[in-house]
Design a protein around this ligand. Sequence first.
Ligand code: NAG
Ligand code: NAG
Ligand code: NAG
Ligand code: NAG
Length: 297
Amino acid sequence: MYRTLKHFSLSLFLFCNFEFNLAQLSTCSGTGCPTNGVWGAWETIGDKACDMECGGCGTLFQTRDCISAPVCNCTGPSNRNIGCNNVACKYPTQKTCCPPFVPMVLNGTQVCGPLPKNIENSACCPQTALMSQWTGWQLQNSQWARTRDCLTVSIGCPCTGQTLTQTQATCPCAQPSNATSACSNLAIATPIYYRQLIINDATGSADLVLIAQNQGAGKIYCKALTDAYGSALGYEGAMLMMQEVSGQCTTDTVFGCAKGTDNARQNATFTCDGSTGNWIYDFTGKQIVGIVQGSWN
Ligand SMILES: *[C@@H]1O[C@H](CO)[C@@H](O)[C@H](O)[C@H]1NC(C)=O
Ligand SMILES: *[C@@H]1O[C@H](CO)[C@@H](O)[C@H](O)[C@H]1NC(C)=O
Ligand SMILES: *[C@@H]1O[C@H](CO)[C@@H](O)[C@H](O)[C@H]1NC(C)=O
Ligand SMILES: *[C@@H]1O[C@H](CO)[C@@H](O)[C@H](O)[C@H]1NC(C)=O
C-alpha cells in the first residue's frame, strides 16, 4: 500500500513538472512580434509512455506549433526528443541519472535535472491579442453565430477583453447586387428587371419573385421552352440572369409562366452560405453575387 502510494505521488510530481510552467508568463515588453514568435506548448507525439523507469533515460518525441504564424513567424526548432521519468534511479543501478541529466534535489525530491521545460524561458504574452480568423456564420436555433479562438490560451495568455463569439439575428448574406451591367451583351436575353430578394433571416433562405407573365411590348418575361422536355410539356419559362463570384454571368430558365392570369409571379429560391456570405442559387448550387430578370431576345 505504501509503495503504491509513493509511486503514485512521484509520477504525479514528475508529470506536473512538465505542466507547471504553464503558470504565468509575463507580458512581452515590446509591441509587435515577440522575439522568436509565439510557440505553443510542447506536446508528446506517438507513444506517450516512457520506456524507462528512472533517470530521464527514456525519451519522448515532442513537437510544438508556432501559434503566432503567419503574423509573427517563429524561430527555433519545432520538434525535440526529451528524457522522461526523471526520478533519480535507486541503488543497485549503475547510474543515478542518464546524460545530460544530473542528480539534483527539486522541491524536496531527488530528481535528474534540469527538467525539460514545456514552454521556453523567453516566452511572453503578446501585448496585442493573437486570435484565429472568425469561422463562417452558422445558423443555430434561428440565430447566426460565429466564433474565433484565442491562439495563446494554451500557453497561459488569455485574450482578455476580446470577443470570441458573436451572434446576430440577421442573415449574414447581403442583398445580391443589380447584375444588369454584368449580364448585358448576352445573346439569349437582355437584363430588364432588378428587385431584391425577400430574405427569411431565421432560415437563411430567400425568394426572388420573378414576373411570370408577358406584359407590354419589348418585355418578353416568358418564352416557350425549346428543349425536348419543356417543349413536350408545353412549358414557358422566365429568364433568371445571375452574376457569379468570378464576375461572369450565368442564366437559368425558371419554370412556370402563367397563361392568361394577371400579375402572375414565380419564385426562384436561394440559400445563404454563412461561410462565404454569398447566396447559393438552389437549383444549380452556384454562389451568386448579382441577380436580374431578363427579357428573352
Ligand atoms: C511567415 O512564413 C510564411 C511561410 O514561410 C510566409 O509566407 C510569410 O510571408 C511569413 N510572414 C512574415 C510576416 O514574414
Ligand atoms: C513543490 O511542492 C509543493 C508541495 O507539494 C507544491 O505545492 C508545489 O507546487 C511544488 N512546486 C513545484 C515547482 O513543483
Ligand atoms: C439596375 O442597373 C441598371 C443599369 O445600371 C439601371 O438602369 C437600373 O435602374 C437598375 N435597377 C434598379 C432597380 O436599381
Ligand atoms: C414566393 O415568395 C414570397 C416571398 O417569400 C412568398 O410570400 C410566396 O408564398 C412565394 N410563392 C411561392 C409560390 O412559393
